[in-house]
Design a protein around this ligand. Structure first.
Ligand code: UDP
Ligand code: MG
Length: 309
């Protein structure tokens, strides 16, 4: 008998907790057929509503439900890490509680595991129901990442993924503080089967992401899995040095031929402000990496548990 752990990060999701359970348990015949023992780990990521209470209610009727409550909101990445760490399954699957990751896909995913894949990942091929501007930037981000990172990060990839214990242990070995799971999956490797599905809209409650949060998250992804921006800063430095050198020669030649009437201060101002802009920009890039390094060397724990059932 194998154990399947279902890890569900929740943040203010009191409306969805029970619905998710019902939906997941529609797979009960499949679990029985495959002789799978299921455990459901709800990770309450510092919710301020009754998420934890809802989970405890489920626990009263079903001992397979487990709850891990954080001392505050640590973010979904921390939730997923805690879930993987606390899971006991031979197989682990990560799912959103809002039913955007349809539990009905599980039997199909599991069938690929039986064929010998180490991991079955999902990606949505449409982004219907999402604001167009958000889709646009999301696509842009994945295109950019493809170019600047050697780690494979799939466009439209969800965090919804079924993995073997071996792969979970590999992910757990990556104890970085700035976590970008989509990159981590690619980094650890293993044989992955991709399943595609149409986007499903959130069943209840509201998304926890706004544009600003997503932008910051994408910067996290870039700094965590690429150092190309640093090289861009260096290359820009070299280019501007070359340009300045050419200008110096030009001015020396011009002055010696035509003399030196006092003019050209507007162009000077333009050049100075352009170059200081570029300098600040490059310092910003370096600052980003330095900040990440700073947080990383502190070796703070990824999450703090307040309550565990
Ligand atoms: N989530 C979390 N901690 C957070 C934000 C979100 O655990 O700080 C959970 C949330 O409860 C949900 C999943 O992560 O189960 C995905 O969040 P959401 O549906 O808001 O994101 P979206 O699907 O819109 O990208
Ligand atoms: Mg969602």
């Amino acid at each position: 008998m194998s154990v399947l752990s279902v890890v569900v990060p929740c943040y203010n999701e009191e409306e969805s907790v029970a619905d998710f359970y019902t939906e997941l348990m529609k797979n009960e015949p499949f679990f029985r057929e495959k002789n799978l023992e299921v455990e459901i780990l709800y990770i309450d990521d510092g919710s301020r509503d009754h998420t934890a209470a809802e989970v405890k209610k489920l626990r009263e009727t079903d001992q397979r439900v487990r709850l891990i409550s954080f001392s505050r909101n640590f973010g979904k990445e921390a939730g997923m890490y805690a879930g993987l760490e606390k899971s006991r399954g031979d197989y682990v699957v990560l799912m959103d509680v809002d039913l955007q990751d349809p539990p009905s896909l599980l039997p199909e995913m599991y069938s690929y595991m039986e064929q010998g894949f180490d991991s079955v990942a999902t990606r949505r091929v449409s982004r219907k129901g999402e604001p167009p501007i958000r889709s646009f930037f999301a696509r842009l981000f994945y295109r950019l990442m493809k170019r600047i990172s050697r780690t494979e990060i799939m466009d439209g990839a969800r965090d919804y993924r079924l993995m073997t214990r071996q792969m979970v242990n590999a992910i757990l070995q990556m104890q970085e503080y700035n976590r970008f799971t989509k990159g981590i999956y690619g980094w650890v490797g293993f044989q992955t089967k991709w399943i595609e599905y149409e986007n499903v809209e959130r069943a209840k409650g509201e998304t926890k992401w706004n544009f600003w949060k997503l932008l910051i998250y994408s910067l996290e992804g870039i700094t965590a899995f690429s150092t190309v921006p640093l090289s861009i800063a260096a290359v820009m430095g070299v280019l501007f040095c070359a340009l300045a050198f050419a200008l110096i020669i030009f001015i020396i030649v011009r002055t010696s031929i035509f003399g030196d009437p006092v003019s050209g201060w507007p162009s000077l101002v333009c050049i100075i402000s352009l170059i200081s802009g570029v300098q600040l920009f490059c310092m910003g890039i370096i600052g980003q990496y330095l900040a990440k390094t700073y947080l990383e060397v502190k070796r703070r724990p990824i999450y703090i548990i307040k309550d565990e059932i």
